[in-house]
Design a protein around this ligand. Structure first.
Ligand code: ADP
Ligand code: MG
Length: 229
């Protein structure tokens, strides 16, 4: 396994404009997540958890500090290079999976490969196989042909997780995946994420305010007022 398959945040400061002043969302945050492990981030609403993921995802540039994804220091990258890094190295699972209503579960995954413009015609077959393999990994083989309205909330969330893994990311970022699920279904998603993290060697960061299923995480850190403890 590559030594660089990890996420490193170092002394990250992030502020947002707030009236006449600035609001500090991340206040000197440091975090190291090795490949094959899952770090859970807990903390109250508004404490900066989603901001942390947005910075790790290179979607938001911090005022200060370093973000290293899969061995690449993102501070040096252009917009285009960041977009390429996101495609190649980052898997992101949002609170709502935002599936396209007209596409089947299988097609939601295949689309990820097509978004990456490098795909050649002869690679299409490999993409379908990979999509099928990932749907199987999240327990949805039988649902491959269903569209979002034919899936439960938990199943949709699992499609979102499989989709995030389509391009074989080094870093997997997951924002409150269980918030719309009941406890039992939430526990299934947490177990699934822990298993996929080990099998695929991803450096996984999982934000949650559901403390019940944290036992599957390798590490739990708490965010309070933009600081990690
Ligand atoms: P959490 O995910 O823990 O609920 P967030 O990271 O979403 O916390 O928010 C942290 C703080 O930053 C909050 O005070 C929030 O209101 C503020 N905030 C988040 N996003 C923005 C934004 N785009 N512009 C201005 N303020 C923001
Ligand atoms: Mg949030």
């Amino acid at each position: 396994m590559s030594q660089t398959k990890q996420l490193v945040l170092n002394d990250v400061l992030l502020t947002y404009p707030d009236g006449a002043g600035r609001l500090t969302a991340l206040d000197g945050v440091g975090l190291e997540v090795p490949g094959g492990t899952m770090t859970a981030v807990v903390g109250p609403s508004g404490s900066g958890k989603s901001s942390l993921l947005a910075v790790a995802a290179t979607l938001v540039t911090p005022d200060r500090g370093r973000v290293v994804v899969d061995g690449v220091d993102t501070g040096e990258l252009s917009r285009a290079e960041k977009a390429e890094l996101r495609r190649r190295s980052l898997g992101i699972v949002f609170q709502q999976p935002n599936l396209l209503p007209s596409l089947t579960a299988l097609e939601q995954l295949e689309l990820m490969a097509h978004v990456d413009g490098r795909l050649r015609r002869r690679a299409v077959r490999g993409v379908r196989e990979r999509a099928r393999e990932l749907l199987a990994a999240v327990g949805l083989s039988a649902e491959a042909g269903r569209r979002p309205h034919q899936l439960s909330g938990g199943q949709r969330q699992r499609v979102g997780i499989a989709r995030a893994l389509m391009n074989g990311p080094a870093v997997l970022l997951v924002d409150e995946p269980t918030s719309a699920l009941d406890h039992e279904r939430g526990a299934v998603v947490m177990d699934l994420l822990a298993g996929l993290t080990r099998e695929r060697g991803t450096a996984t960061v999982l934000v949650t305010h559901d403390r019940a299923s944290l036992a599957v995480a390798n590490r739990v850190v708490e965010m309070v007022d933009g600081r990690l403890s």
